[in-house]
Design a protein around this ligand. Structure first.
Ligand code: FAD
Length: 407
């Protein structure tokens, strides 16, 4: 065995992410599946005083990190990624499907491009187990596999990919450049910037939730719902428009949908509310609060399901459900907090742009899920990045042509 051991499971998206860090930095590691190896599971529990949180990464010196970010692993190993140049034609903030698509196009146009991602590359796509609606993959494709494919395609000769590094601020430089302040302490300049920082699904933060995200707890019913067709029960968390729309859709796939809403009633528009309440397959439990999740064995299906503990009603009665999966629709958070002082955002933090992707800051553009009005689908995030890139390309190539003519 090599010095580094990653304990995890093959369905855990955070485990995939940790593995990707070591691969990206050419570091040898061994992966041990705790579900296939009871001694490995015992070892993880020993390290964590009885808990079994994954990934657990054990280093050569015997120390370990539980569910580490890339930045934490980098700090532990003394790896601080740095950009190679001081200036680029294009800096892309965020290496999800939008950012990586922009990199593919920029490389083909010969633009020097830096793609910076605070985690690893692939964005939200990399965190999902199976993607069934991406063109070209009729049998579906693993999110990690697709993200890897995007990354390999984006790794062109004009492109530099910098992971585990956050862009903390954007500053207007004095000579028609934008300066990026990064978490590694470095500042780089760019003629143009594409902000493609995406969104993060709001989660409940309930015990047991984290380790089931992407496997039994989902956020996209069009993406993950069809995998449960014909199953007996799904739980939908939330009571707004998205939760009601998604519950109606999921009820067409399974025998029963239980909605757990924390407020005394559904808050969706009246028409949606009435449709939900009239649907014989949907049961709404209001005034409820989820207290924990755990993996469970389902008798009705062919594999593991999830157990959901919750309290409800005026006397906060404790209850439990064992659905095949849980879908949470309690909102999205745009990843724009670092730029809200610089870029105009709407009430939810989505970046406001013109139809040409321009933001309120000169030379800064936005694309993908973080942009106001985005459709939160992979294929549209990639397409949005292309239309944004074409605007940037025209600006950069025209400027470069002018500078050449001036020489
Ligand atoms: C569990 C799950 C399942 C999904 N399934 C499907 C599906 O089956 N089909 C489908 O079409 N869509 C699906 N989606 C939605 C799809 O993944 C998104 O629409 C798509 O990933 C958006 O791409 P993006 O590049 O705009 O943003 P993201 O994918 O969110 O990528 C943004 C990137 O920016 C980085 N970042 C954020 N802030 C900073 C910063 N300050 N500095 C540097 N980097 C930063 C993040 O680390 C991230 O890697 C799913 C989403 C989730 C969460």
């Amino acid at each position: 065995m090599s010095g580094i051991i990653v304990y995890g499971t093959d369905w855990c998206s955070d485990c995939m992410r940790s593995k990707r860090f070591f691969t990206a930095h050419n570091l040898e590691f061994d992966f041990v599946d705790v579900e296939a190896d009871s001694c490995a599971e015992e070892e993880v529990r020993r390290l964590q005083g009885g808990e079994r949180r994954i990934p657990t990464v054990v280093f050569e010196d015997g120390s370990h990190l539980v569910e580490p970010t890339h930045q934490e692993i980098g700090e532990k190993l003394g790896i601080i990624p740095r950009a190679n140049r001081e200036e680029y034609d294009l800096a892309v903030i965020g290496g999800g499907p939008a950012g990586l698509t922009a990199a593919i196009y920029a490389d083909r146009q010969g633009l020097s491009t830096l793609v910076v991602d605070s985690a690893s590359f692939g964005g939200q796509a990399a965190t999902t187990k199976q993607i069934d609606n991406y063109p070209g993959f009729p049998e579906g494709v693993g999110g990690g596999t697709l993200a890897e494919t995007f990354l390999n395609h984006a790794d062109g000769e004009n492109t530099e990919l910098l992971s585990a590094t956050s862009v903390l601020d954007l500053l207007e430089a004095d000579d028609d450049r934008v300066e990026l302040a990064m978490s590694n302490g470095q500042r780089v300049r760019a003629r143009s910037v594409m902000v493609a920082t995406g969104t993060t699904y709001r989660t409940l933060g309930a015990p047991g939730e984290e380790s089931l995200l992407g496997s039994r707890i989902h956020f996209c019913s069009t993406c993950d719902g069809p995998a449960y067709r014909g199953r007996s029960q799904l739980v939908v968390v939330g009571g707004g428009n998205s939760a009601c729309e998604e519950a109606l859709y999921l009820a067409t796939l399974v025998d029963e949908v239980i909605m757990l809403q924390n407020l005394p009633e559904l808050t969706a528009d009246i028409v949606l509310r009435e449709r939900v309440l009239a649907d014989p397959k949907i049961t709404v439990i209001t005034d409820s609060a989820i207290t924990g999740f755990a993996e469970a064995q389902s008798s009705s299906t062919d594999g593991a399901s999830v157990s959901v503990d919750f309290i409800h009603g005026p006397d906060r009665t404790a209850a439990q459900l064992s659905p095949d999966a849980v879908f949470e629709f309690i909102g999205l958070r745009a990843n724009s907090a670092n730029f809200t002082g610089r870029l105009e955002v709407d009430a939810q933090g989505y970046i406001c742009t013109g139809s040409d992707h321009t933001t309120s800051m000169n030379r800064v553009y936005a694309a993908g899920d973080v942009r106001r009005g985005s459709t939160k689908q992979l294929v549209s995030a990639a397409g949005d990045a292309v239309s944004c890139f074409l605007v940037i390309r025209d600006l950069v190539l025209a400027e470069k042509k002018r500078s050449l003519e001036a020489v």
